[in-house]
Design a protein around this ligand. Structure first.
Ligand code: 5AD
Ligand code: SF4
Length: 429
C-alpha cells in the first residue's frame, strides 16, 4: 500500500510542475519525501536514521532540501517528529497526502512546522489526478483502514476505520490503468475482502473488474478470515482472470493466543476456510502472516502454530517477532516474551516455511503455465515474470519484452524462483 501511496503522491506533485529526480537516493533533489510504515518498531526507527543520514549529506553538499515525512509514522508521531528531527519540514498523515502540493507551497512561502494529520470524510482519491502508470502490473487501492483492532496492531489508529472506495471510482481507475498498458491489477486494502458498495461485496467487485477488456490478471491483498464470503470463494472457481493465490493471515495457530490477539477466529474456523477455498480452486497458492512471541505465548502455543503450518502447507509466508506498539493493548501486557525466545521461535518457524516454499515450487516443475513478463533479468536475454501463483520465473529468450504474457514450461525450482522455457508466444502487449 505504501508503494501505491508513493506513486499517487508523485503523480499529485507532477501535476503541480514537479518531477521525480530519478536518483536512487535523492542526492540533489529539492524535496525528499519519506513515506513511512509504523507496523513494527524497526520501521519507525529507520525514519530517524534516514533523516539523519540525508541531512548530514545535504549539509556536506551545502544544500537544504525540503524533507517531508508521510505515512503512518507521521500519523502516529505527528509534531514529535519535527521536535526529534529538526531537519524535517512537513509531516503529513496517510489520509492527507492529496494536500501535499498545497503544503509544499506554504512551506516554500515561509511557513514552518506544518503538520497535517486530518482524516477527512471526502476521500483523498477523488482529488488526486488520473493514473499515469506504465508497465504491466499495477496496484489499485479499493479499501483502506481497519475496524478489527487486533491487540498488537497500529493500523486502526494510523489508517483509520474501514472505508471502501465506490465501485465506479475503482472501475474508472482500472480503465485508466489498462489504457496505460497494465494487464494485471492487484487490489489493495488493509482488509480488502471487507470491501462493500451498497449491496455489492468483494466477489461482485472482482467480477466487474474481470469484465473490463484488457484485464488479464487480478490479484488482491490482504484478506481477513472473518470477512471471507461464499461469493469470494466462488470467484476463485468462476473467474479465470482471478489468479489462484490467497494471502490469508492467521498470525498464530494457538486458540488461546488467537483469542488474546482479538483475532475473532480460531484455528478450526481458519482450517474450514482453507478447505472451502481449496475445494473451489484445488491449485490455490496459500500464503499468510505470522507473529511469534506475542505476550504470554508458551512453547505449547508455538507448537500449535507449527502444527497449523504443517496442516495448511503454505506456498509462502511472512513471519515476524512480536513488536510492542505504543497505544495498542498488547504493548501494556506484563508477560512480554524474551527477545531470545522470540528469535529462536522465529528461526524454527521460518525454517519450516522455507521448506514449504521450496516444496511448493518443486511440485510446479514439469508443468506449464502463463508468465507475465515484468522486468529484465541480470543476464543478456533474461527476463523475469510471474506465474499465476506469484512465483518469480526466469526465462531466457531475446524475443521477449516487458508486458508479454507467454506460456512456459517450468524446468527447475529454488525456494525463491523458478526457471522456465518458452513454449509459445501467447499475446503481445
Ligand atoms: N508486531 C509484529 N508484527 C506485526 N504485524 C502487525 N503488527 C505487528 C506487531 N505489533 C504483522 C502482522 C500483519 C503484518 C502486516 O504485520 O502479521 O499481518
Ligand atoms: Fe491490523 Fe490486520 Fe488486525 Fe486490522 S485485521 S487490526 S490491519 S492485523
Amino acid at each position: 500500500m505504501n508503494v501505491y501511496d508513493a506513486e499517487r503522491m508523485s503523480e499529485a506533485l507532477q501535476a503541480h510542475g514537479m518531477a521525480e529526480s530519478g536518483e536512487s537516493d535523492g542526492e540533489t533533489a529539492d524535496v525528499l519525501i519519506l513515506n513511512t510504515c509504523h507496523i513494527r518498531e524497526k520501521a519507525a526507527e529507520k525514519l530517524y536514521h534516514e533523516v539523519g543520514r540525508i541531512s548530514a549529506r545535504a549539509r556536506e553538499d551545502g544544500r537544504k532540501p525540503v524533507i517531508a515525512v508521510t505515512g503512518c509514522v507521521a500519523q502516529a508521531e505527528g509534531a514529535e517528529i519535527i521536535r526529534r528531527a529538526k531537519a524535517v519540514d512537513l509531516v503529513v498523515g496517510p489520509q492527507a497526502y492529496h494536500r501535499l502540493p498545497e503544503l509544499l507551497a506554504r512551506q516554500s512561502a515561509g511557513e514552518t512546522g506544518l503538520v497535517d494529520l486530518d482524516m477527512p470524510i471526502s476521500p483523498k482519491f477523488d482529488v488526486l489526478p488520473a493514473r499515469r502508470k506504465r508497465g504491466p502490473s499495477a496496484f489499485l487501492t479499493v479499501q483502506e483502514g481497519c475496524d478489527k483492532f487486533c491487540a498488537f496492531c497500529v493500523v486502526p489508529y494510523t489508517r483509520g476505520g474501514e472505508a471502501s472506495r465506490p465501485l465506479d471510482a475503482i472501475l474508472a481507475e482500472a480503465r485508466q490503468l489498462v489504457e496505460g498498458g497494465v494487464r494485471e491489477i492487484t487490489l489493495l486494502g488493509q482488509n480488502v475482502n471487507a470491501w462493500a458498495d451498497g449491496n455489492k461485496g468483494f466477489g461482485q467487485m472482482v467480477e466487474a473488474i474481470a469484465a473490463l477488456p484488457g484485464v488479464d490478471r487480478i490479484r488482491y491483498t490482504t484478506s481477513h478470515p472473518r470477512d471471507v464470503t461464499e461469493a469470494m470463494i466462488r470467484a476463485h472457481a468462476d473467474i479465470p482472470q482471478l489468479m489462484p493465490y490467497l494471502h490469508l493471515p492467521v498470525q498464530s495457530g494457538s486458540d488461546r493466543v488467537l483469542a488474546a490477539m482479538n483475532r475473532k477466529h480460531d484455528r478450526d474456523f481458519y482450517f474450514g476456510l482453507i478447505d472451502r477455498f481449496r475445494a473451489a480452486r484445488p491449485d490455490l497458492a496459500i500464503t499468510s502472516d505470522f507473529i511469534v512471541g506475542f505476550p504470554g505465548e508458551t512453547e505449547a502455543d508455538f507448537a500449535d502454530t507449527l502444527s497449523l503450518v504443517e496442516r495448511v502447507g503454505y506456498a509462502q509466508a511472512f513471519s515476524f517477532k512480536y513488536s510492542p506498539r505504543l497505544g495498542t493493548p498488547a504493548a501494556e501486557r506484563t508477560d512480554q516474551i524474551d527477545e531470545d525466545v522470540k528469535s529462536e521461535r522465529l528461526h524454527r518457524l521460518q525454517t519450516l516455511l522455507q521448506e514449504q516454499s521450496l516444496a511448493f515450487n518443486r511440485q510446479s516443475v514439469g508443468s506449464s503455465c502463463d508468465i507475465l513478463i515484468e522486468r529484465r533479468g541480470r543476464h543478456a536475454g533474461q527476463w523475469i515474470g510471474k506465474s499465476p501463483w506469484l512465483q518469480s520465473v526466469v526465462v531466457t529468450d531475446p524475443s521477449l519484452s516487458v508486458g508479454d504474457l507467454v506460456r512456459v514450461e517450468l524446468v527447475s525450482a529454488g525456494p525463491n524462483s523458478l526457471e522456465g522455457h518458452l513454449l509459445t508466444m501467447k499475446t503481445a502487449a
